[in-house]
Design a protein around this ligand. Structure first.
Ligand code: AHR
Length: 494
């Protein structure tokens, strides 16, 4: 059976910008997120540029990654920047106490991170150490990176980089309610004010400071941070993961049934409610929307895959994750007036990754391809959209099956992202296009025969977008689209 949905798009009422920073990536010193995934060293047989693997850099370049958040995550509040500069052989080897208790060689430090960020064509979002650091450490790191004169600038030049680094974004700690120091909101707010005071760059250099935000539904955190820190920071973060089974009892990334699929989808749809609730609090303190919301950690989190290191958060990525990504990218459009940045966790080999590596091999995940399909949204104009969706029911779960967003791209074309999370039934969608003069429609679709289809190193192209032929223009400014079951579709209207 086919379900019926209807969508109305207003082409004549431009909304906020779909900020390209919504496609920010996150690279933490965690498992093989950095070592092995990005960094192999200049002497590696794996083709590399100054130690960073060419295949991964090229694939990320193709995604037009705008910003990279580093070095954590939880790692950030244990990281001491001085240990990651100077001759690599002389850098201290530490224990990564948060992620697996393995050694951290500090081979990738500030200079190396800036190099790979540059190779990818992105800019840096550096997370400072509030939990185990000091305001002095924050001040000196920023001076080291950005000063044009003085002994820290000279030290940077001796270490190979005369010109200041660009640090457009700086995080005032990470998850201060948890791994960043187990702080109460009030204490975290005071610490944020203190650290933000010393987070300085040379006059005339822009620096966007982002405060550590709430854990999921903790609206009190947002309330306190907005009340106490809104004049010291430019952005406030929010972390929300889709965790079927819940933390501690996470389920498999690949071995799941339809109930697990439905649970995953219903959990990810909660992002909508979270953005509405946190956004309403921010609106009260900041009606002019000067402080943006940065959902700088989101994505799926399953049990780590069998045979992998338990501290490395290595988990497979299937069609299910692709649909999750599409749904979230649609939800962000509806909140684009406040949400200016988001970062899926994480870029390579960790959690809902874009890319997996295994020695010399690399594979793009289904999630990678969704990010690829949504590229035309970057810095486009969100168009108002209303969706009337059929309900998908599975056991105790019931939810709308169709989600959508529409953006007029910087290319002038209207792009419409659609997902159908119903794993069984296609959806026939009738779309009204008010205020748009369009002649033709083309698109791409990402789907697969099974819910847990994935790309592995031997069959890397199982789940990837192909040309979509299920949309056609009809009379009177309307369009009909047949969305396959469990699919993500991106249309382009000319
Ligand atoms: O992304 C993995 C971890 O999840 C991050 O280090 C932390 O910020 C969050 O709890």
């Amino acid at each position: 059976a086919v379900s019926q949905a209807s969508i109305a798009i207003r082409g004549d009422q431009p909304g906020p910008t779909y900020d390209k920073r919504i496609f920010t990536q996150f690279a933490e010193h965690l498992g093989n997120g950095i070592y092995g995934g990005l960094w192999v060293g200049p002497k590696s047989k794996i083709p590399n540029t100054r130690g960073f693997r060419n295949d991964v850099v090229a694939a990320l370049k193709e995604l037009a990654v705008p910003v990279i958040r580093w070095p954590g995550g939880c790692f950030a509040d244990e990281y001491h920047w001085r240990e990651g500069i100077g001759p690599q052989a002389k850098r201290p080897v530490k224990i990564n106490t948060h992620w697996g208790g393995v050694t951290e060689p500090n081979t990738v430090g500030t200079h190396e991170f800036m190099d790979v960020t540059d190779q990818i064509g992105a800019v840096a979002y550096v997370s400072g150490n509030v939990g185990a650091g000091s305001p002095r450490e924050t001040a000196e790191w920023l001076e080291y990176m950005t000063a044009t004169e003085g002994s820290l600038a000279e030290e940077r030049a001796r270490n190979g980089h005369k010109a200041p680094f660009k640090v457009p974004y700086f995080g005032i700690g990470n998850e201060l309610w948890g791994c960043g120091g187990t702080m109460r909101a009030e204490y975290a707010a005071d610490e944020t004010r203190r650290y933000a005071t010393f987070a300085k760059v040379p006059r005339g250099t822009p620096l966007t400071k982002i405060a550590s935000g709430a854990n999921g539904a903790d609206t009190n955190w947002t309330e306190v941070m907005m009340r106490e820190t809104r004049r010291q920071v430019n952005g406030l973060s929010l972390h929300y993961y889709t965790v079927p089974g819940g933390f501690g009892t996470m389920k498999s990334s690949t071995d799941f049934n339809e109930a697990d699929w439905a649970e995953t989808m219903s959990l990810t749809l909660k992002m909508e409610d979270l953005l509405t609730r946190h956004g309403a609090i921010m609106d009260r303190y900041d009606p002019e929307k000067k402080v943006f919301l940065a959902v700088d950690e989101w994505g799926t989190w399953y049990h780590d895959d069998p045979g992998t290191h338990p501290g490395f958060l290595r988990m497979q990525n299937t069609l299910r994750d692709a649909v999750v990504a599409g749904i979230n990218l649609n939800i962000f459009a509806a909140h684009a007036d406040r949400v200016k940045m988001t970062a899926i966790a994480q870029m390579v080999n960790v959690l809902q990754a874009m890319i997996f590596t295994d020695g010399p091999r690399m594979v793009r995940t289904p999630t990678y391809w969704v990010f690829h399909m949504y590229k035309p949204y970057m810095d486009g104009t969100v168009l108002p959209i209303s969706v009337s969706s059929p309900t998908y029911t599975q056991g105790k779960y019931a939810m709308p099956s169709v989600s959508a967003s529409a953006v007029r791209g910087t290319d002038g074309l209207v792009h419409v992202g659609l997902t159908n999370l119903d794993p069984n039934r296609p959806a026939e969608v009738s779309v009204s296009l008010a205020g748009l003069t369009t002649g033709s429609v083309s698109g791409q679709v990402l789907t697969a025969p099974t819910m847990n289809a994935l790309n592995d190193f031997d069959t890397p192209d199982t789940v990837r977008p192909v040309a979509f032929t299920g949309a056609r223009m009809a009379a009177g400014g309307t369009m009909t689209v047949t969305l396959p079951a469990k699919s993500v579709v991106m249309l382009q209207l000319r």
